[in-house]
Design a protein around this ligand. Structure first.
Ligand code: NAP
Length: 298
């Protein structure tokens, strides 16, 4: 671990400096309710917004006056969340769009609809994920957890990139997990090969790929005004998802996050050091290209 840090001195120094700056600017833990940033005139998409952490992220954006698009796989669960968010926030500019992230066809259909209907996109939060799925291969020939947690969101982000660029400054936030530290990279995993379906190992791998590809995306987006960061939301229970929304909201709206990209934030919104594999820039290039190839072929 220490050796890996020494292998990336520039990354470590820039991260340390940024961590100090962000901490000084924050002056204590960040509170979404104390943050006065308004999102009137801004369009945001939150995947998996019908429940858990995603619903609270969407609720916060709606309170700030954004045009909010809930990207959900279930019409009925999505509609229930839509009504609740509208009622609690008084914002009527909240909309439901259906997407099944485990299906690349569904992701393409969703993105096509967004590109036809929306003039701008300022915030994309890749929040939806599954854990503990048994072995299951999708009709695209992908492992279902990989398709849902990584390859579907990867394709979605890439299909929406031009719109995000046209709308800059804009932000991409990917909800990962500290469990990415237990993950490994093996590209045969994408197709369900060499995977062990116990102890949430598959989930951990997907969450590692989330960070690796977000970092490479951030590198590719330098100079475009679009930032891309990953977060750990904290370990939250079904009854306490509000706390889990904080680090994503922080990355998506906090003024002090303007221009900060390619970083990993902990649940308390402090800048974190992701696993060594997530800091390997050569691996990131390879991973990103592999994901591009897999998602464009299918
Ligand atoms: N909760 C934690 O302690 C914790 C810890 C670390 C990281 N995280 C991360 O935080 C994020 C949110 O977690 P959570 O606990 O709020 O999860 P959750 O309550 O299980 O909600 C997951 C959301 O993702 C949606 N989803 C699942 N599969 C989908 C698909 N194929 N297409 C579209 N949407 C799909 C779900 O829709 P349905 O309602 O239709 O199933 C739901 O809206 C995830 O990325 C997770 O990995 C959570």
């Amino acid at each position: 671990m220490f050796w890996n840090i020494l292998c990336h001195p520039i990354w470590v120094i820039s991260t340390a400096v940024l961590a100090i700056v962000v901490r000084i600017q924050r002056k204590g833990s960040w509170d979404p309710l104390a943050c006065t940033v308004r999102l009137k005139g801004k369009t945001v998409i939150v995947t998996g917004a019908n429940t858990g952490i995603g619903k609270f992220i969407a609720m916060d954006f709606a309170r700030r006056g954004a045009r909010v698009i809930l990207a959900c796989r279930s019409e009925s669960r999505g509609t229930a969340a839509l009504e609740e968010i509208k009622k609690k926030t008084g914002n009527s500019d909240v909309h439901l769009r259906i997407v099944d992230l485990s299906s690349l066809g569904s992701v393409r259909e969703f993105a096509k609809g967004i590109l036809e209907e929306e003039k701008a996109l300022h915030i994309l939060v890749n929040n939806a994920a599954v854990s503990g799925l048994p072995r299951q291969i999708t009709k695209d020939g992908l492992d279902a957890s990989f398709a849902t947690n990584h390859l579907g969101p990867f394709l979605l982000t890439n299909l929406l990139l031009d719109l995000l660029k046209c709308s800059a400054p804009s932000r991409i936030v990917t909800v990962s997990s500290m469990n990415h530290k237990k993950g490994e990279v093996d590209f045969s995993h994408f197709h369900g090969e060499n995977l062990t379906y116990h102890m949430d190992m598959v989930y951990n791998h997907t969450k590692l790929h989330n960070i690796i590809c977000t970092n490479e995306l951030a590198r590719r987006l330098q100079g475009t005004g679009v930032t891309a960061n990953s977060v750990h939301p904290g370990v939250v229970m079904t009854e306490t998802p509000e706390e889990g929304a904080v680090s994503s909201i922080y990355c998506a709206v906090a003024e002090e996050m303007e221009g900060i990209t390619g970083k990993y934030f902990d649940s308390d919104c402090s800048l974190g050091l992701p696993a060594p594999l997530a800091r390997d820039t050569a691996l990131a290039v390879k991973d990103f290209e592999m994901c591009e190839r897999v998602t464009s072929k299918l």
